[in-house]
Ligand binder design. Structure first.
Ligand SMILES: NC(=O)c1ccc[n+]([C@@H]2O[C@H](COP(=O)([O-])OP(=O)(O)OC[C@H]3O[C@@H](n4cnc5c(N)ncnc54)[C@H](O)[C@@H]3O)[C@@H](O)[C@H]2O)c1
Ligand SMILES: [Zn+2]
Length: 348
């Protein structure tokens, strides 16, 4: 098992290992003497892993209650949030209790937001069960709920007390491919050997190491810039255009797949603007192909895509921050006028 430390204002550990879900009780018990634990999950994960977690917690003498909502992005809304609050009140959860988010990014974002706001904030632990949530959303404390007008528009920064990544849970899932985009992103941002490992197609057999590398890179950026004012924005590589893809496809194209298209368009533009060696772009395309991930978006023209992207919350008045790639391990955040984004990308 690997143990990483995230050095935010209130630091916490990320434990990464295979089969550690069944040790959750022993791991969580020493954190604090919690009276009761509220597990929040979705109806799919409920049937897969809730029992193992619940048994592990009850073995250490903790009282446990469970709430599950329908799985999928559509549940990331205020109606379900209200149901979570009602459940917490019904179960008489107080500030001396703990919430556990057991699931993918949707559960993590929703349960994290509920933990941040219920009774002005109670402790929570993330137990992510997808590749995206293990490598990305469970670490860093961004919590969010979608509004009718767009994704993640209501949110808070609220760090968990602990993150437990059992890589055994993600090994077999059909969703694996959807998370590969985020791993590629970490490779491009900061890790030549991770990028090379992806090229060699060795990801599946090196999952513990891969998740640890991603968490380490994210942890460093989050520790340096907890509230996403500067360096942390590097994590948005491929995301501005990716969010445009998600939006135009009406969220049919999942986040992890959409950002692959976003990264490919951005790296191609970097090549054509003389910032990046074309070899890196072609290496990216090869990895995408290897994992059957797209690099183009046929459903909309570049103009429409840019329009959808600039309504993104990364917009700063008339400017927008984009992430440029100059080399593997050398990406920068660049603020440009919105009017210039299309011209920059059009060159590609
Ligand atoms: N907070 C952040 O920093 C951050 C970062 C990236 C993404 N996100 C958010 O995360 C969400 C995407 O996360 P996701 O891809 O994990 O989606 P998700 O939570 O919707 O999970 C996808 C599906 O997989 C199922 N599932 C989960 N674990 C499983 C397992 N081990 N085996 C089989 N099925 C399983 C779920 O029930 C669900 O149907 C988006 O809402 C996105 O906005 C947040
Ligand atoms: Zn992402």
């Amino acid at each position: 098992m690997q143990v990483l430390r995230i050095a935010t204002a209130r630091p916490y550990k990320v434990l990464i290992g295979k089969g550690i879900l069944s040790d959750a009780g022993q791991i969580i018990k020493p954190l604090r003497n919690y009276n009761k634990i509220a597990i929040i999950t979705d109806d799919q994960v409920l049937g897969l892993y809730a029992k193992v977690l619940k048994d592990s917690l009850t073995r250490t003498g903790m009282e446990v209650c469970v709430f599950a909502f329908p799985n999928g992005e559509r549940s990331k809304n205020c109606g379900i949030l209200k149901e979570i609050y009602s459940f917490l009140i019904r179960e008489e959860i107080t500030r001396s209790d703990l919430i556990i988010a057991l699931g993918g990014g949707v559960v993590g974002d929703m349960a994290g937001f509920a933990a941040a706001t219920y009774m002005r904030g109670i402790d929570y632990v993330q137990i992510p069960t997808t590749l995206i949530s293990q490598t990305d959303s469970s670490v860093g404390g961004k919590t969010a709920v979608n509004l009718d007008q767009g994704k993640n528009l209501m949110g808070l920064f609220y760090q968990p007390r602990l993150v437990i990544c059992d890589v055994g849970l993600i090994q077999e899932t059909f969703l694996f491919r959807e998370g590969v985009g985020e791993v590629i992103k970490y490779g491009l941002l900061a890790d030549r050997s991770l990028f090379a490992l992806l090229e060699r197609g060795e990801m599946e057999e090196s999952l513990e190491e891969v998740v640890a590398r991603c968490v380490e890179i994210k942890g460093k950026l989050v520790s340096a810039d907890e509230r996403d004012q500067n360096r942390r924005q590097l994590l948005n590589l491929g995301h501005t255009l990716g969010h445009g893809v998600e939006k135009i496809s009406n969220y049919r194209i999942p986040h992890g797949v959409a950002i692959c298209i976003g990264m490919a368009i951005m790296l191609s533009a970097c090549v054509h603007n003389g910032l990046l060696d074309p070899i890196i772009y072609h290496r990216l395309l090869k990895i995408l192909e290897q994992y059957n991930l797209p690099s183009t978006f046929e459903e909309a023209g570049l103009k429409e895509l840019v329009k959808a992207a600039i309504t993104d919350k990364k917009r700063l008045g008339d400017d927008i921050n984009i992430v440029l790639c100059k080399d593997i391990g050398n990406c920068i955040v660049q603020r440009i006028p919105i009017d210039e984004l299309y011209g920059f990308l059009k060159k590609s």
